[in-house]
Design a protein around this ligand. Structure first.
Ligand SMILES: [Ca+2]
Ligand SMILES: [Ca+2]
Ligand SMILES: [Ca+2]
Ligand SMILES: [Ca+2]
Length: 290
């Protein structure tokens, strides 16, 4: 297997290199993180016009949409727009500890989380899946607004544990320890339903991610009326085998070697991007080979 990437090319939006920075009040951890961005992008056709756009979580908890105003093969990104919620009769909700006043109707989630675009409620429109302001895994259903763009409805919670309790991914009481959740949806066990692979953490969501825990696998046990119950399987790759920093790595599933089995690619905090072949992950005698 030989695959190579071309040299890095920085993406631009409206002709400017994309560089998100928290500024004085954008980070929950204060001005010390003024130049931090924690941009967590997901490439997907968010506006359903056939070309790939970018949606992203950020250090401030704002969620951005970079529309591709070019073509499928020659992408050109427009300036970022903040994703907003149609709160209707519900009271807007925001994370604890914010240091700035959010823009009207802005979707503010926990910081530093990567969204996934997926039509979870099966109405034909991509929904915005991410961690809500309280650290729960949430689905924000999308809808067409009268101006022809996609809007979002308030959060729903169709992901539960085995007892029907919504999944709590990051509910530490200290705001600076929250967020940083990255996850990927895939039928990991190949039984026809959608499972979750996420970055490190603990089942109750309360403990700090800064523990070195590797990727976690949540198996879908059953799915009814668009609500799925998941079983926590803990580390997919044991940290006594290879220790990745679990603080904010970002696993996605992809068949890297094209042999039909889903593998994992992840950026990690040492600045490298790693891949893990499925056969290696599954092997009982796995040993560090990297
Ligand atoms: Ca598009
Ligand atoms: Ca949908
Ligand atoms: Ca499955
Ligand atoms: Ca494979």
């Amino acid at each position: 297997m030989k695959k190579k990437f071309k040299p890095v090319k920085r993406l631009e939006a409206n002709g400017q290199i994309i560089r998100i920075q928290a500024g004085e009040f954008g980070s929950v951890q204060g001005p010390g993180e003024a130049r931090w961005g924690y941009l967590c992008p997901e490439a997907c056709d968010w506006d359903m016009d056939g070309d790939i756009d970018i949606i992203a979580g950020t250090v401030s908890g704002e969620n951005l949409f970079f529309e591709n105003i070019g073509t499928k093969n020659k992408p050109v990104l427009a300036s970022a727009k903040r994703l907003t919620i149609d709160w209707a009769d519900t009271q807007p909700v925001y994370p604890e500890g914010m240091r700035y006043k959010p823009a009207p109707d802005a979707l503010i989630t926990q910081w530093r989380c990567k969204p996934v675009a997926f039509d979870w409620n099966k109405d034909g429109l991509p929904d915005y899946l991410t961690i809500d302001e309280k650290g729960m895994l949430a689905c924000y259903p999308s809808f067409w607004k009268t101006d022809g763009t996609l809007g979002l409805k308030p959060a729903t919670y169709p992901f539960t544990d085995e007892n029907g309790v919504p999944l709590r991914f990051c509910t530490n009481e200290i705001p600076g320890r929250n967020g940083r959740i990255k996850f990927s949806l895939a039928d990991w066990d190949n039984d026809g339903d959608i499972d979750i692979i996420r970055n490190g953490g603990f089942e109750d969501g309360k403990q700090n991610l800064d523990n070195g825990c590797n990727f976690v696998y949540l198996e879908c046990l059953k799915s009814e009326n668009n609500v799925s119950a998941f079983k926590w399987h803990g580390e997919l790759i044991k940290s006594d085998c290879i220790r990745l920093q679990g603080h904010t790595d970002s696993p996605i599933t992809f068949d890297v070697d094209g042999n039909g089995s889903l593998d994992i690619i992840s950026g990690c905090e040492d600045g490298n991007i790693y891949f893990f072949l499925r056969e290696w992950i599954d092997s009982k005698n796995n040993s560090p080979k990297f």
